[in-house]
Write a protein that binds this ligand. Structure first.
Ligand code: NAX
Length: 320
């Protein structure tokens, strides 16, 4: 049986003692990212104060006896964490504390993601794929990419698949149709309340008023709604979206998905910003869907979110 397995892959998860990781690690260990034929070595990165808790997580992973799970390493050291890693989920980040301004949050996280970007640049596999989940995800990915000059910027992405999945979930509930039947849905912009969920090209017949006045604000504010109702921020749904993003990036998809990737200037989005686009994945790369006609409504909605990304970039200019 062993002979049919592919080579073992090394996957790194940061923030390994946190809520999202507690779902994500189990999905990865079950083979849902690379496939059921690919064994995985897992490396769990945490801050020193949370290494012990991450060791407890590692003990539970062992106790799950996953057939594909090989080595588990728990560390607070960046070189150990990223050495030869092929896929990195950058989940750990600094939450906003009381009285902290958005600019302070950007800078505090900037320090984390510049250090991790450098370590990935120096120690990771040359084809590493990086997904930033920790917020502010788009700008953290921008910082990491800019601190990894030896790697291609396309190797750094931020997670907007949860926003994409939230649109599918809302449509499925509204129309009573399984989510897999919806095509050509996308979410443009920043993973924040300024994002623009776009149904222009989707194969759905919904009331325009419901779309603009209910669906868009619902999806854009879903994170806050989950906190209010569940009492904790989204965790399992975020982990699920992270698995979807990395799975599709590795295996490819011709179906439209939303990934936040480094802009090449398409659709008037400043080159270099990490922005959500309608994307497909081919040969291990995300590609922006080209040739779309944008209405004034779409252009204005995208521009508003891009403006926020620009101002975030301004606030972290010293880290780029
Ligand atoms: P938790 O606070 O439960 O866990 C975060 C963990 O990261 C903690 O254990 C902490 O010790 C660790 N950490 C902090 N700095 C670190 C560093 N420098 N290196 C390694 N580990 C470090 O948060 P959780 O609920 O897991 O959420 C993690 C991040 O995901 C947050 O920034 C959150 O805002 C963000 N989210 C992003 C989403 C997206 O769609 N992009 C959606 C869900 C989520 O809100």
């Amino acid at each position: 049986m062993q002979e049919s397995f592919k080579a073992t892959v090394k996957i790194t998860v940061t923030g390994a003692a946190g809520n999202i990781a507690y779902s994500l690690l189990w999905r990865i260990a079950a083979g849902e990212v690379y496939g059921k034929d690919t064994p995985v070595d897992l490396t769990l990165l945490e801050i020193p104060a949370a290494v012990k808790a991450a060791e407890g997580v590692a003990m539970e992973l062992r106790d799950s006896a996953f057939p594909l799970l090989r080595d588990i390493t728990v560390t607070a050291d960046l070189e150990t964490a990223f050495s030869k890693t092929q896929a990195a989920f950058l989940v750990g980040s600094r939450p906003r504390s009381k009285g902290m301004e958005r600019a302070d949050l950007l800078t505090a996280n900037g320090a984390i993601f510049s250090a991790q970007g450098k370590a990935i640049n120096d120690f990771a596999d040359r084809d590493v794929k990086v997904l930033v989940v920790g917020n502010p995800a788009n700008t953290n990915a921008l910082i990491a990419a800019n601190n990894a000059p030896d790697l291609d910027p396309s190797q750094f992405t931020a997670m907007m698949r949860l926003d994409h999945n939230r649109v599918l979930g809302q449509l499925a509930e509204k129309l009573g149709t399984p989510s897999a039947e919806f095509e050509k849905v996308a979410v443009w912009g920043n993973h924040s309340a300024s994002q623009f969920p776009d149904l222009t090209y989707a194969n759905v017949d919904v009331d325009h008023d419901w779309y603009v006045n209910e669906l868009i604000p619902k999806v854009a504010n879903r994170g806050a709604e989950i906190i209010e109702v569940r009492g904790h921020s989204s965790a399992a749904s975020a982990a699920s979206a992270a698995v979807d993003h990395m799975h599709d990036w590795i295996h490819g998809t011709e179906d439209w998905r939303t990934a936040a990737i480094v802009s090449d200037g398409s659709y008037g989005v400043d080159e270099g910003l990490v922005c959500g686009f309608p994307t497909v994945a081919r040969d291990g790369r995300w590609e922006i869907v080209q040739g779309l006609e944008l209405s004034e409504f779409q252009k204005e909605s995208i521009a508003a979110s891009v403006e926020e990304l620009r101002s975030e970039r301004e606030a972290v200019q010293h880290l780029l």
